[in-house]
Write a protein that binds this ligand. Structure first.
Ligand code: HEC
Ligand code: HEC
Ligand code: HEC
Length: 471
């Protein structure tokens, strides 16, 4: 397609030359119109792929100037400045270099990018779409001449070439190919979900090497403090109990009353990306998500949106303020004003109910703890949805680890899955960015382990040689 585009341009050039000066303006206009459409397409793709989520720093960062540190278990990885600045950004990138960076994780200077840049997903992008993205980033994005901070990971992860081995194992550098057995809508949805919407980068679990596990597509994964739950069509462990309209509404607004609200990284994805997609594209994503293979977790008994009911404890609470346990006291003081003492939320639905809510019905309480600590902050279609967080620095109330555990347990027994219990250690872990993958945990030991391995190997060789001599 890049080839075709160039050919079309050169045909125009030849035509222009043949027709002479008089019609040159007409040709130039036609070319501008074509590139306007191309740039607009690139803009839409950049939104669908949510390039800004990482490449624009939060709280007023200049568009695409980078600087946002992505907290990885190995340390912060800073997204680059990808404005067309020649000194600080990608102003000197050719389209081929841009394509290698986005689809293969190789920077303009040949160094390898960390997979925090989702090139394993973007590898599926078509040549046309890369062409449109390049046109957008070079023609419309404003150059910003400020360098993004450098990423400094601990040894051995600071050796960028080590990503070569990772890529050899885990980068499937093939473009998206439609599955002829599936409808055009499902194929479009697959392309958006995998190559652009990258649902899988968050919702597909990763192995110890932090690569997505094949065959576990959308099966659920921990992102640190938050969990991107199983969203396969399984009616118990996934979202098989949701209608297509529910899922459409969730992706467009982040709120499905009686089912789920989006906070954390999902809220960001909806705010910056999904709400801006056309309805047809959202419907295509829904059609795709609803036909991936269902995954069941043997421990699950019923769907996480089906737990709990309204509490009648308000009457009890009124006469018994002195005898309440800590969790109930905190709920009454810090939560009930919005979520109602019954847990039923507000009549207009702005404050959600806490029963029949995936955050309280899930078998892993991470999102409930994260919501209490970090709150909810999402702007969709001009409406700001906000719940204050209760962690350190909260302007409402700074809850201790014990307080968070107590109120979470109260909410779980009263409105959610009563079999799930939150410990102080769980709260400490979520406060500190969640469970660390094995790779991060062994990181410091990799080199000693390798040395130990080499010593053992040498020892074995020595043993074999000694035996041979004896024989
Ligand atoms: C999930 C976060 C994330 C998203 C989404 C993302 N990027 Fe990146 N990108 C990064 C990070 C982090 C780096 C730097 C990685 C490193 O230093 O190894 C990077 C690096 C790059 C680079 C290399 C620039 C350089 O010279 O360092 C380019 C080009 C790029 N991204 C383009 C894009 C485009 C285009 C999109 C959207 C289609 C996009 N990125 C979406 C995180 C992201
Ligand atoms: C940046 C990471 C990220 C991306 C990208 C992402 N999700 Fe999510 N998703 C999450 C997290 C985290 C949650 C939990 C949010 C919460 O409970 O507040 C979630 C929740 C959901 C839920 C609600 C599940 C429940 O039980 O409450 C659905 C449905 C969903 N995502 C579908 C999708 C689809 C479809 C895509 C791709 C179009 C997608 N997500 C992309 C992180 C992500
Ligand atoms: C100032 C009002 C307010 C207070 C106080 C408040 N919430 Fe919320 N809560 C909200 C709003 C708004 C939402 C998000 C609604 C939406 O997404 O549409 C929310 C969402 C939630 C969710 C769903 C989050 C998710 O990720 O799915 C849970 C669980 C929750 N609140 C629990 C609590 C608990 C427990 C407390 C007390 C410690 C509390 N809330 C205090 C307003 C409040």
């Amino acid at each position: 397609m890049i080839g075709k585009g160039t050919r079309a341009a050169s045909v125009r050039y030849v035509l222009g030359a043949a027709l002479g000066m008089a019609s040159m303006t007409g040709v130039a206009l036609a070319q501008d119109a074509a590139s306007d459409a191309l740039v607009a397409r690139g803009r839409y793709l950049a939104t669908a792929a949510d390039c800004a989520a990482c490449h624009t720093a939060p709280h007023g960062g200049k568009p695409f100037a980078g600087g946002y540190g992505i907290a990885s278990p190995l340390g912060s990885i800073y997204a680059s400045n990808i404005t067309p600045s020649r000194t600080a950004g990608i102003g000197n990138y050719t389209e081929a270099q841009f394509s290698s960076a986005v689809r293969e994780g190789i920077r303009g200077d040949g160094a390898h990018l960390y997979p925090a840049m989702p090139y394993t997903s973007y590898a599926k992008l078509t040549d046309q779409d890369i062409h449109a993205l390049y046109a957008y980033f070079t023609h419309e994005v404003r150059p910003v001449d400020e360098r993004a901070p450098a990423t400094q990971l601990p040894f051995p992860f600071n050796l960028r070439f080590s990503m070569m081995f990772w890529n050899a194992l885990y980068l499937d550098n093939s473009r998206f190919t439609p599955d002829p057995a599936k409808s055009a809508e499902v194929n479009r949805g697959a392309y958006l979900a995998i190559a652009l919407g990258h649902c899988d980068t968050c919702h597909t679990p990763r192995n110890v090497m932090m690569a997505e596990i094949g065959g576990k597509e959308l099966g659920g994964a921990s992102l640190g403090s938050w969990i991107a739950p199983n969203v396969t069509p399984d009616p118990v462990s996934g979202i098989g109990s949701w209608s297509s309209d529910d899922l459409f509404r969730y992706l467009k607004t982040g709120d499905v009353p009686g089912k789920a609200q989006a906070a954390g990284p999902m809220a960001e994805a909806i705010e910056h990306s999904f709400q801006h997609l056309t309805d047809d594209d959202l419907k295509a994503i829904v059609a795709y998500v609803r036909q991936v293979p269902a995954i069941r977790d043997a421990a699950d008994r019923k769907s996480r949106d089906s737990f709990g009911l309204a509490s009648g404890r308000e009457a009890v609470i009124r006469g018994a303020a002195g005898t309440l346990d800590n969790g109930e006291k905190i709920f009454t003081g810090d939560c009930a004003a919005c979520h109602h003492p019954s847990g039923g939320g507000s009549k207009d639905g702005y404050y959600p109910q806490l029963f029949h809510n995936t955050a309280t019905g899930a078998s892993i309480p991470d999102n409930l703890i994260a919501a209490i600590l970090e709150g909810v902050d999402r702007t969709v279609n001009g409406q700001h949805v906000f719940m204050p967080g209760f962690s350190h620095g909260s302007y409402v109330d700074e809850l201790s680890d014990q307080d968070v555990a107590d109120v979470a347990n109260y909410v779980l027994t009263q409105f959610g899955n009563p079999a799930v219990k939150v410990s102080v250690a769980d709260v400490v872990s979520i406060r500190n960015g969640g469970p660390k993958p094995l790779l991060a945990r062994v990181g410091g030991y990799i080199v000693p382990a390798m040395v130990a391995g080499a010593v053992v190997l040498l020892g074995l060789i020595g043993l074999i040689v000694a035996r041979r001599r004896k024989a």
